[in-house]
Ligand binder design. Structure first.
Ligand SMILES: [Zn+2]
Length: 447
């Protein structure tokens, strides 16, 4: 990575917590912003940044191995559930080395797109047949190494996954592929997670996979074991989950999480697509966050969730690329608003500033980095420079650039004061060939 010592920059426009400011000077020392001056001239020692500065962007929901399915699942139609069979075929072929190679390329792709922190919802823990690796966290450590190599921050959301699903008659056992996800019990899962530790650029968070993969008894055990770690849960992505939960438990998945004591500001639910108004009330009144994944939800025909209503009820919103059908935080940012427009027939459901907060500070907070995702003195020096002179961005009002920019307009990405992307290129070199090589190693197990 280039740079790491004190540095200063000057840029024509920057998105600050109070809105877009002009003629901005930034200084960075020891990985944090030490000066943010507005309306000033460039000093001779300042690096001039071409374009506008945005805060570091957070991808709050990732399953790295799903990247292998991009552009390969559209031939035969199908459903979420047939897509999941293809995803399991990839999972069956991964080992720690193959996972490191794939995740390193994916996290580098994220850096190129302006993503400075990723929340990896990690459940592919063990070897074939569920046999633990010599290091029971070998797969998690591969992800930690991948993020370090790619130069971005990682919150490893180590995921508890104990049952193969939920039907009207109850939970079903893990199938052959799913045995790699399971630890046997919530306590055994917690013992394995306890072997992992935070570091400068890594936070260890936790996840309860879903009310399909954890029973009500498992969920009830969860709050005592998670401590104060950020906690994520898949929630009501598909109507089938709601139907099975209602049949077996007599309540909604959201109510089940509430009864288990899992809702609250440290928890983020993912998707929350199919909610009742009572569910919205439980999530909002408890301050539970919600991670919306617009590109995935449209790709898998999940539906459009009540994002605006949730935000109004008190749930902070963040964004994730989930299965990585695309990796482009601008696409997710405007997807949040554009899906609302299609659903309601109204424009301006979210302000551009709200969309930027969802893509930056709210995602950082959800992932356990409350001092990131903002360009202000004292915050982590993570930021993104987007060119304002490309065919896509020329002429845009800086405050509305999220409605026009794409990942390819990202010129520079700085994480903790270090530049990991310069002139639109990752410091590791060309990422495309690395990605192709990692994917080729996985081919054969699926069409
Ligand atoms: Zn997911």
């Amino acid at each position: 990575m280039s740079g790491g010592g004190p540095a200063s920059y000057w840029v024509e426009a920057a998105h600050l917590p109070g809105g877009v400011a002009r003629r901005v000077r930034l200084a960075v020392t020891d990985g944090r912003f030490t000066c943010v001056e507005v309306g000033v001239d460039r000093q001779p020692s300042d690096v001039r940044l071409d374009g506008m500065v945005l805060p570091g962007l957070a991808n709050a929901h990732s399953h790295a191995f799903h990247r292998a399915l991009r552009g390969r699942t559209h031939g035969d139609g199908g459903t979420f559930w047939t897509w999941r069979q293809q995803m399991y075929a990839v999972a069956a072929r991964l080992d720690p080395d193959a996972y490191l190679a794939l995740a390193r390329a994916l996290y580098a792709e994220m850096a190129l797109a302006g993503i400075t922190v990723v929340g990896e919802f990690h459940y592919l823990h063990h070897g074939p047949g569920g046999v633990p690796y010599a290091d029971p966290n070998a797969m998690g450590r591969a992800l930690i190494q991948a993020a370090a190599d790619a130069g971005i921050r990682l919150t490893l959301l180590d995921t508890c996954y104990l049952h193969g699903g939920l039907e009207a008659s109850g939970h079903v056992p893990l199938d052959e592929v799913q045995t790699r996800f399971g630890d046997g019990s919530v306590d055994a899962w917690a013992e394995r997670v306890a072997l992992l530790a935070d570091s400068d650029r890594v936070r260890i968070g936790v996840a309860a996979h879903s009310v399909r993969a954890l029973s009500s008894a498992d969920l009830a055990r969860f709050p005592a074991l998670r401590g104060d770690r950020p906690t994520h849960v898949h929630l009501s992505e598909q109507p089938a989950e709601n139907r099975a939960t209602t049949s077996f438990y007599g309540c909604s998945p959201t109510e089940l999480l509430s009864r288990a004591g899992l809702l609250g500001p440290r928890t983020t639910v993912v998707h929350a697509t199919h909610l009742s108004s009572a569910d919205v009330g439980l999530l909002g009144s408890s301050g539970t966050g919600c991670c919306v994944c617009p590109s995935t939800e449209r790709d898998l025909a999940d539906g459009i969730g009540p994002a605006r209503v949730l935000a109004g009820a008190g749930s902070p919103l963040c964004l994730g690329s989930d299965q990585h059908a695309v990796v482009d935080p601008f696409e997710e940012m405007r997807g949040l608003e554009l899906h609302e427009r299609l659903r309601t027939g109204e424009r301006g459901r979210f302000t551009p500033a709200e969309l930027m907060a969802a893509a930056s500070s709210a995602g950082y907070a959800s992932l356990g980095w409350p001092d990131g995702g903002r360009v202000e003195v004292g915050a982590l020096a993570d930021f993104v420079v987007v060119r304002t002179d490309t065919v896509r961005t020329a002429g845009c009002a800086p405050s509305q650039i999220g409605f026009a920019a794409t990942a390819t307009d990202v010129d520079r990405v700085v994480v903790g004061g270090r530049s990991v992307v310069l002139d639109g290129q990752h410091v590791l070199g060309a990422v495309g060939p690395t990605m192709a090589e990692a994917l080729a190693a996985l081919r054969g197990g699926f069409r």
